[in-house]
Design a protein around this ligand. Structure first.
Ligand code: FCB
Length: 466
């Protein structure tokens, strides 16, 4: 059977600046926290850095050409903050802004809609040196940066997202330390979470006042599809705690203008949350035009049965927990085959999240701003790259999206992660998520079978029978 998607459904692919651009020291760009982190020995697998990445900064025209050849309707990319406002303060930097103008113009010429993400984790190092996300001032710096980018690109970009996965910025960056800036302080992580929320609200206000009326605002969260291993009270409590820390800590303030009471209770021994000022929640609850959901795999949790350290959600290994106040929750492998990240293939998680936000935020359109899988793709002797597992992953997840739409979810777009292989954070170049293969030494791009398959889906708006 064939699944037909609604007319106008947007099919795209996603990347992020530090993962693809390279040109780390060109045209006035200054270091971000990811430059510092990746150049610190032991932080990234094989000592990999984003210095060159996949050289998208120089090859973007060819890359856009590949998107057009595939028939994609949209491209989600992020702006490198230290490229367009090198110290994180002061006026915009024209050379950096010109790069994004050229990229957007190339996309528009090819009929591809840009979806611009302002923050995909590359905080200017100078702002981290001044305290980073645990400090309130960083949220105000973000709003200034948002206004700069909106002034420069608002005439040609309609779809904007403030933050990508603030959970990772806060809890992997400042809690478990597997991401930049690599701090391991649970209180700093909670403070960072609030200031990221505030940055989202202030940034949304800045965008709204700088953009023409057709500008549309969103945020990309990575809400957890978290299940209790059994219905035992301890397991249900573990699920509630992780849901609060992974999802409601961001979605409640952004969508409903409140923090969850249980989150405050669970973390009361660590912090009194006095850095949440009276007026902040009204700012954070800025009306949005869509909610972006990034999703890869569900989680199964239970009350800990022993003292094993928790796993860090597949983003890296750390003895420090990314779950302040819930360190002793145990994570278990959900059913399903595993990807190269060790993440289970279980599309019911995506369905559940789409239905959850359909119930929780009626009338708010949803976009899947990331979904995809890493596999150990290798070229055949003839140079072709066959990745049937990735096709199966995408097919199953798109079928789940289709089912959610049939059940009333207003899903408007799907962005495959990722357009092409790239720098996968703490894993460096060891994990390949691309539909397009990149041979790193030569930077040669080769379409994998999944790229051709996905292009067909994008062009027809139909998911063919399996
Ligand atoms: C998400 C990130 C994205 C990519 C995928 C695999 O958490 O937003 O940059 O690394 O995971």
């Amino acid at each position: 059977m064939t699944y037909r998607f609604p007319p106008g459904f947007l099919w795209g692919a996603a990347t992020a600046a530090y993962q693809v651009e390279g040109a780390a020291q060109e045209d006035g760009r200054t270091p971000s926290i990811w430059d510092t982190f990746s150049h610190t020995p032991g932080k990234v697998a094989d000592g990999d850095t984003g210095d060159i990445a996949v050289d998208h900064y120089h090859r973007f025209r060819d890359d856009v050409g590949l998107m057009a050849k595939l028939g994609l309707g949209a491209y989600r990319f992020s702006v490198s903050w230290p490229r367009v406002q090198p110290t994180g303060r002061g006026p915009g930097f024209q050379r950096g802004l010109d790069f994004y103008r050229s990229l957007v113009d190339e996309l528009l010429t090819q009929g591809i809609q840009p979806l611009l993400t302002l923050y995909h984790w590359d905080l200017p190092q100078e702002l981290e040196s001044a305290g980073g996300w645990p400090e309130r001032d960083t949220a105000y710096r973000f709003a200034d940066y948002a206004a700069i980018v909106a002034d420069a690109l608002g005439d040609r970009v309609e779809m904007w997202t403030t933050l990508n996965e603030p959970w990772c910025s806060a809890f992997l960056g400042y809690g478990s330390g597997v991401h930049a800036p690599g701090r391991t302080d649970p209180v700093a992580a909670l403070r960072a979470a609030h200031h990221l929320n505030l940055a989202h609200g202030l940034g949304a206000q800045a965008l709204r006042s700088a953009l023409p009326s057709r500008g549309r605002l969103a945020v990309s969260l990575n809400p957890a599809a978290v299940r209790a291993r059994t219905q035992a009270p301890g397991d249900l409590d573990a699920q509630r705690r992780i849901d609060a820390l992974a999802t409601r800590i961001f979605s409640d303030p952004m969508l409903h203008g409140r923090y969850p009471a249980d989150l405050f209770q669970d973390t009361a021994r660590l912090t009194d949350w006095s850095y949440v000022h009276d007026t902040d929640l009204a700012v954070i609850k800025h009306p949005l035009d869509a909610l972006g959901i990034n999703h890869y795999t569900p989680s199964v949790v239970s009350a800990a049965t022993d003292n094993r350290p928790p796993r860090t959600d597949g983003h890296g290994v750390s003895e420090h927990s990314p779950w302040p106040g819930a360190q002793h929750v145990a994570f278990h492998q959900p059913p399903g085959d595993l990807t190269a990240m060790g993440w289970s293939v279980d599309p019911s998680g995506l369905y559940d999240l789409l239905m959850r936000f359909t119930r929780e935020a009626p009338g708010l359109p949803l976009m899947i701003t990331e979904n995809g899988a890493a596999y150990e793709d290798r070229p055949d002797t003839d140079g072709a790259i066959h990745d049937p597992e990735r096709i199966a992953y995408l097919r199953a997840h798109l079928a789940a999206v289709h089912r959610a739409i049939g059940d009333g979810a207003d899903v408007r777009a799907y962005f495959l992660w990722s357009l092409m292989d790239n720098f996968e954070w703490a894993y460096g170049y060891a994990k390949r998520f691309g539909a397009i293969h990149v041979d790193y030494p030569t930077q040669t791009r080769t379409l994998k079978s999944s790229a051709r398959w996905y292009g067909e889906v994008a062009r027809t708006g139909e998911l063919p029978a399996g």
